[in-house]
Design a protein. Structure first.
Length: 276
């Protein structure tokens, strides 16, 4: 006899949340594979150009990082040098004050050392200038009225100043005058062109061989008349100054006679305040 009773279905196993999650992941993977098969292949030229772009970008980032580290390193070095120079200037001032005080206490006179730096300003034009005087003014690079230059004082330059004395006034600038001239009126001579000193990079590019990398190095080299004074002085374009406020007194007379030309020693600083 045939059993007509319905057979009981086997009991289905209940799905746990973890299994459901796994099945969902498998379905998603299968869908992705199907989609990947449908998408067209990327051309090799596009892949190569992408790779080149990525490499170029990485190289640019490396260069930028290197430049940044060098910049901060250089900046730190500049600050260190500036602090060192300030200490040097202060110690020099204190030494002079101490020596003057000692001499006064002993009833003597303190005679400071001979000046090594001079600032020369041309005060007269080209009318009736003797050839020898014209040549000296040319060597000093004083081609126009109110042009000024720093000069290292030695036997040769003092003799040259005597030759062109009626056409120039000169004296011994202090640190403040040197700093003001370079900061306010300083221009660089680069490939025969007059370029404003807007950053330390201009100085470093031209004078890095002389261990001068910033404007404070330049001021120190000029003021102390160092070994590289010639390069530092030639790097600076001759200063173009204004006519002094209140005008000149009498250009045809010597300074000691109430005129303008000749050596005015420390009084040049007072004149520079009126001309810068």
């Amino acid at each position: 006899m045939v059993d007509t009773q319905p057979k009981e279905k086997p009991a289905q196993k209940e799905k746990t949340p973890a299994k459901e999650k796994e099945e969902g992941k498998k379905e998603k993977k299968e869908k992705r594979r199907e989609l990947g098969k449908k998408l067209p292949a990327v051309p090799e030229s596009v892949l190569k150009s992408r790779k080149r772009r990525d490499l170029a970008k990485a190289a640019r980032v490396n260069v930028a990082l290197k430049k940044r580290t060098e910049y901060y390193k250089k900046r730190k070095e500049i600050f260190k040098r500036a602090e060192k120079y300030v200490k040097e200037y202060h110690s020099r001032e204190r030494d002079e004050i101490r020596l003057a005080r000692q001499a006064r206490n002993r009833g003597n006179y303190y005679i400071p050392g001979e000046a090594r730096l001079a600032f020369v300003i041309r005060i007269r034009g080209i009318n009736q200038v003797a050839p020898k005087v014209r040549k000296v003014l040319q060597l000093f690079r004083l081609k126009q009225i109110n042009n000024g230059v720093f000069i290292k004082l030695n036997k040769a330059t003092i003799n040259m100043l005597r030759i062109c004395e009626p056409y120039v006034t000169w004296g011994y600038p202090n640190l403040k005058s040197v700093r003001e001239l370079i900061y306010k009126r300083g221009f660089a001579k680069v490939r025969g062109q007059r370029i404003p000193i807007t950053s330390n990079a201009i100085i470093e590019k031209k004078l890095s061989k002389c261990n001068i990398i910033c404007i404070e190095d330049l001021i120190h080299e000029i003021f102390t008349v160092g070994d590289k004074f010639k390069y530092a002085s030639n790097f600076l374009w001759p200063f173009k100054l204004n006519t002094p406020t209140g005008g000149w007194r009498k250009k045809t007379n010597h300074y000691v006679e109430g005129g303008d030309f000749g050596n005015r020693e420390d009084k040049i600083n007072e004149l520079l305040r009126r001309m810068v």
